[in-house]
Design a protein around this ligand. Structure first.
Ligand code: B12
Ligand code: SF4
Length: 517
């Protein structure tokens, strides 16, 4: 049987990275079936085109996964495929939290023939067999333990995703037209992939707005160091073979949740020479440890995503994230920056103690820190979270099914000390100021003593991150952006040329932007 795994596009910008679930389920598919992956972010198709594609390929089962944010799109695609006679199974966090909605048991339209609840590592092979044998059930759920809780996959052993042979063509971040030129320039930039790798699942913290503790559980399961190192080595070999670049996103919710284990993993990566440039999510409280930060840098860590949420400790207490202390954010970022590791700092506006002016106050703090990539959003009640339940009880949900009428950066509930419109304005202000040409120039000035390759990576990252809020999908939008930042580009080009000349004088011809693999 041919199986199509489909991920809907996020409606804003091209994702920098494909979703792990697709590769994982592909690897877990029983022998004798063929799996085709399509990520709508990388390969845009209309519903009709997708239906025609599935027909031409003779697809027997379609699997669709989606976060809450993309679920309305996922349902629309599922409806089109089902109307054309295809069997559709849906999985992922949203349908786990709202299975009745997907199955039309809540009185609405039915979107899926079947749903896979929770972690599907064990149920997926069964779903495939049932579909192939024409007896697909409606609900697939992991086995339950004595307490009635899902039995979670141990991650030991962990399936070996065959990165060395998988077709990654649709996920390369180097546009097709530029590939021949980039190949000729050397430095191995003919292709560039960001690949998701997980080293563990689960989070004990239980922040009020987050679905992770509910979905993956509060105890953490880790893969063995060997299996992670093996995956990195295979990716590294592929990058070298293809003369391309591979970076890794460790998608664990908190890579350093068990510091002892993280240090041992990073040491093993270093010992095996398995370093690739990597990004990971780590909470600020765990980055106090100097030795850990040394190991992060030595093992290839380039960016750390920190869910800072708010600079107001009262807000942090409200959402049960007291373990993260705004007072130490600056010190943490400086500790990282001393090792040339920078941070993607994530903030949420519209929390209960936020008032008008929250953007200005937050930006004043951020601007006193080493430059990073701040991202801003609004507090969103995702279904099945403690936050959703609290707001529902308080009668504060303005759009209880906000995902069915998705509106970017618009709150779905009434904040306490500002209006929804004001919160939207604060988010806009924060994005506009953080990525203005002036701010980009300031960031580059801060980094002026750093090697040119860090400055180039930083500027390019800033331009891409801006796109999370300001869609920049056309060539025109990019040209405009380059024009607005022309001064910064000019300075950087000057720096690159002098570094190149100096390296030629020394007799080294290596590319100035080649990563330190
Ligand atoms: C990596 C990641 C991202 C990446 C992008 C996604 C990517 N390309 O991988 C980035 C950083 C860009 C991102 C952004 C966002 N993310 Co995010 N992200 C994650 C993270 C950390 C890992 C996802 C992952 O790969 N998990 C590991 C895989 C194995 O798990 P899984 O995807 O759940 O898949 C398993 C099952 O669900 C199931 N399954 C999944 N799909 C399907 C489909 C079928 C057919 C079947 C049968 C089974 C199945 O099988 C898999 C194996 O068991 C998760 C948290 C987490 N730990 O999962 C949050 C998470 C998915 N993100 C979340 C959110 C809210 C966001 C944002 C909306 C945040 C924001 N406010 O901007 C944005 C949206 C961005 C956008 N425009 O697309 C929420 C989603 C909650 C929800 N109910 O929707 C999560 C769960 C985190 C949280 N705090 O609650 N995210
Ligand atoms: S926000 Fe991060 S730390 Fe908090 S529960 Fe979710 S995954 Fe854990």
């Amino acid at each position: 049987m041919k199986i199509l795994l489909y991920n809907p596009d996020n409606g804003v910008t091209r994702n920098f990275m494909p979703h792990l679930w697709m590769f994982l389920l592909q690897t877990l598919t029983p022998a004798g079936h063929q799996v085709i992956l399509i990520d709508g972010n990388a390969r845009a198709m209309t519903d009709d085109e997708l239906v025609a594609f599935a027909r031409a390929e003779g697809v027997g089962l379609v699997g669709i996964g989606a976060m809450t944010r993309m679920v309305a799109r996922a349902y629309r695609v599922a409806d089109a495929l089902r109307a054309a006679g295809f069997l559709v199974v849906m999985g992922g966090p949203h349908v786990t939290e709202c299975p009745d909605e997907a199955l039309g048991r809540d009185g609405g339209v039915r979107h899926a023939d079947a749903v896979a609840l929770g972690e599907a590592d064990q149920t997926w092979p069964l779903i495939v067999q049932d579909a192939a044998n024409g007896r697909l059930q409606e609900v697939y759920q992991p086995a339950r333990d004595a307490k009635g809780l899902d039995v979670k996959p141990s991650l030991q052993p962990y399936p070996s995703i065959p990165w060395e042979t998988l077709s990654l063509e649709q996920f390369s971040l180097v546009p097709k037209v530029l590939r021949p030129l980039m190949n000729r320039l050397g430095g191995g930039w003919g292709s560039f992939y960001v690949v998701p790798i997980e080293t563990g699942r689960g989070c004990p913290y239980g922040c009020e707005f987050c679905t992770v503790t509910g979905f993956f559980g509060d105890s953490i399961r880790f893969r063995t160091n060997d299996s992670v190192v093996d995956e990195l080595l295979r990716l590294k070999a592929r990058a070298m073979r293809e003369r391309g670049q591979v970076a890794v996103f460790f998608i664990d919710d908190n890579l350093a949740i068990n510091i002892k284990r993280t240090k041992s993993l990073l040491r093993d990566i270093i010992a095996a020479g398995a370093q690739l440039p990597w990004v990971a999510q780590i909470s600020a409280n765990l980055l106090r440890d100097e030795e850990l930060v040394d190991l992060i840098a030595e093992s290839g860590g380039k960016w750390v995503f920190i869910g800072m949420e708010s600079i107001d400790p009262k807000n942090m207490a409200d959402v049960n994230k007291n373990f993260s202390k705004p007072g130490e954010y600056k010190e943490v970022l400086e500790r990282l920056a001393r090792r040339n590791v920078y941070a993607i700092t994530s903030f949420i506006f519209g929390m209960d103690n936020d008032e008008k002016g929250v953007a200005e106050r937050t930006l004043a703090e951020i601007n006193s820190w080493p430059p990073g990539l701040p991202v801003f959003g609004q507090l969103t009640p995702f279904p099945a979270t403690p936050l959703y339940e609290r707001l529902e009880k308080a009668g504060r949900l303005e759009r209880p099914k906000h995902w069915m009428e998705f509106a970017p950066f618009v709150m779905a509930h009434r904040p306490l000390k500002m209006t929804i419109e004001e919160a939207k304005g604060e988010v806009k202000r924060a994005w506009t100021q953080s990525y203005s040409p002036e701010r980009n120039q300031e960031a580059m000035a801060y980094l002026k003593e750093e090697h040119i390759k860090y400055r180039i990576i930083h500027l390019v990252s800033r331009l891409f991150f801006r796109g999370i809020y300001f869609p920049q999908m056309s060539k025109r939008a990019w040209l405009k952006l380059v024009y607005q930042n022309r001064r910064t580009f000019f300075k950087l080009t000057k720096g690159a040329v002098s570094t190149y000349r100096a390296s030629r004088k020394r007799g080294t011809t290596s590319s100035i932007v080649a990563s330190e693999q």
